[in-house]
Design a protein around this ligand. Structure first.
Ligand code: BV8
Length: 250
């Protein structure tokens, strides 16, 4: 594995248009539960709440209509976890880089808290840090992560308020997705960190990078993609591996 890390570290140091693409595994070492635990996750890494909730059901208009109180409680439980979370070494390693674009499926702000400029982070699945009107009026409110408000109506139009995340069946933010596509097309290196690459259209960025002859480096505790000669796959925790990958970049 150390030979792979050396090759990857040299590619990262030599990249002129590097892009990162991250998922829940990037924030796992900050105590934020992932959506789909990797098979080799230890019992402590598996959280009871997640194993008894189905995110695909709760993170959807159908789930919200069926039981809005449950959905808001689920998000507020996640918000309180995030309120006490700090960026891990992976967030800080990526956050320190300049000239990178960070495309993330994560709805937390730990990359920015780790030093990344807001304008360099593209959130394809929205943010858990604000609520918005579930209607079309555009009303938005910043959330107090330590003490988030419960289920309530939009003060502007009376429809329900919901987290500003992208639910299953909802379109991704056009500007973020278009910019992510352009950045991956321009990229000469794509660093994929902590994603099972199962959620589309975001996961489609990886095969798109391979088709664009971009070097792809994957960091994951689990095998996530079928082997490909254009992909360097490094098995390990993001917080352990990333500092080694950027050893020539400080
Ligand atoms: C849409 C926000 C259509 C909410 C989320 C093909 C094309 C287009 C759509 C589809 C398609 N096929 C199917 C679809 C529908 C669907 C989809 O992809 N379903 C999947 C389940 C098959 N997609 C959608 O619905 C999307 N919308 O397409 O709309 C449309 C078009 C026009 C008009 C109207 C509608 C919207 C998808 C967005 C859903 N929202 N999140 C919330 O957070 O509550 S998705 C959710 O999954 C999170 O964002 C999460 O980030 C994302 C992906 O999961 P991962 O991040 O990869 O996390 P996961 O747990 O899976 O994996 C973690 C990985 O980390 C593992 O591999 C593990 O081994 C690793 N790991 C763990 N610890 C570590 C680690 N690695 C390193 N270090 C560690 N320490």
């Amino acid at each position: 594995m150390s030979e792979l890390i050396e090759i990857a570290a040299q590619k990262i140091a030599a990249a002129s248009h590097p892009v990162s693409f991250s998922g829940a595994g990037l924030s796992a070492e900050s105590g934020i539960d992932t959506f789909r635990q990797s098979d080799n996750a230890t019992d402590t890494e598996k959280s009871a709440l997640w194993s008894s909730f189905d995110p695909a059901k709760l993170a959807s208009q159908e789930g919200f209509s069926a039981d809005p109180g449950m959905v808001i409680d689920w998000y507020n439980w996640r918000r309180k976890t995030l309120a006490d979370a700090v960026p891990n070494l992976a967030h800080e390693t990526l956050g320190r880089q300049r000239g990178w674009v960070h495309i993330t499926q994560n709805v937390d702000n730990l990359l920015e808290a780790g030093g990344a400029y807001e304008e360099d982070v593209l959130h394809l699945h929205g943010s858990i840090l604000t609520d918005r009107c579930n209607g079309e009026c555009g009303h938005k409110e910043v959330v107090d992560l330590h003490n988030p408000k419960g289920l309530r109506d939009c003060p502007q139009c009376g429809r329900r308020m919901r987290p500003s995340v992208v639910w299953f069946g909802e379109s991704l933010p056009t500007i973020a997705l278009n910019r992510a596509t352009v950045e991956v097309e321009k990229a000469d290196l794509l660093l994929v960190v902590g994603t099972s690459a199962q959620v589309y259209p975001a996961a489609g960025l990886i095969p798109f990078a391979i088709e664009s002859n971009t070097d792809v480096i994957i960091v994951n505790t689990d095998r996530s993609l079928k082997p490909d000669e254009n992909i360097i796959e490094i098995l390990g925790k993001a917080g352990d591996v990333l500092p080694q990958l950027f050893k020539y970049c400080f």
